[in-house]
Ligand binder design. Structure first.
Ligand code: HEM
Length: 233
């Protein structure tokens, strides 16, 4: 079992992290390329930078949703807090990360890591429950939306149990192996799924803004397509 754990947290982890980084870099670069292309084609190339920045901030931190759907908004916030902080700053993860990305990595006190993990587990259960039980949410949910939440939930639960072997009804090393394997799977899934929003979200409002800028000469091309180029507008 220990040999499998070493493989999972050694070469497999490094391969998964590389896929995650390169995949996210690729998705980011493709989107930036498409934005530059749209901007070059636009008839009106002015971009209201301050408005786009304000709209981006509103989307990144969607406080407005607190009024519309308070429970899932709080759950989403709690889940993101845990999923962003614990993987980066829990002592066990820092050992792994500092082997790949050397530098200064502060570590979280175990009690805070536990609190964030329990909050994330509860939040994921709420998000999953809402997707299954709330009709409006269910109609927008595809299988992969639920599978991503289940995968994240399993990874976080196994992580918590691995950190508290005394509460585990199963052998602690098996739980640790499952946690590491699921963590690696999440790393690979991130750039291939909607989780890539972690790098694409800051660009969404810019895409939206440029999408409304018609290419130069659009009017003339439409008139030609309709065989009405000689008619007054
Ligand atoms: C700084 C990076 C990130 C930002 C700004 C961000 C932002 C958001 C926002 C605004 C939403 C929609 C929230 C809502 O509808 O209430 C969302 C949903 C979601 N995010 Fe993130 N996120 C980030 C990183 C991550 C990471 C690292 C993961 C997982 C590893 C993740 C997983 C998810 C999932 C699964 C959902 C959908 C939840 C559901 O099904 O209801 N996010 N994110």
């Amino acid at each position: 079992m220990d040999a499998w754990i070493e493989v999972a947290r050694g070469p497999l982890f490094r391969i998964s992290l590389t896929i995650c980084m390169l995949g996210l870099g690729y998705r980011f670069a493709v989107t930036v390329g498409q934005i530059i292309g749209a901007w070059r084609r636009a008839g009106d190339r002015r971009v209201p930078v301050a408005d786009v920045a304000a709209a981006t901030l509103k989307w990144l931190v969607p406080v407005r949703l607190l009024r519309i759907r308070p429970l899932t908004s709080v759950a989403s916030f709690a889940f993101h807090l845990g999923i962003l902080i614990v993987p980066l700053f829990l002592a066990g993860h820092v050992v792994l990360l500092s082997g790949v990305l050397p530098g200064f990595w502060p570590t979280l006190p175990a009690s805070i890591a536990d609190g964030l993990t329990i909050a994330a587990v509860t939040a994921l259960a709420v998000l999953l429950g809402a997707r299954v039980t709330v009709a409006a949410s269910r109609s927008l949910t595809r299988l992969h939306d639920a599978l991503i939440l289940l995968l994240l939930l399993a990874m976080v639960v196994f992580g918590f149990v691995a950190a508290h072997p005394t509460v585990s009804p199963f052998p602690a090393r098996t739980i640790l192996l499952l946690h590491v394997l699921l963590g690696n799977l999440v790393l690979v899934v991130i750039p291939l799924s909607k989780i890539s929003h972690c790098v694409l979200y800051p660009l969404t409002q810019l895409v939206f803004q440029l999408g409304w800028h018609f290419p130069a000469e659009s009017g003339r091309h439409v008139a030609i397509a309709l065989a009405k180029e000689n008619e007054p507008v």
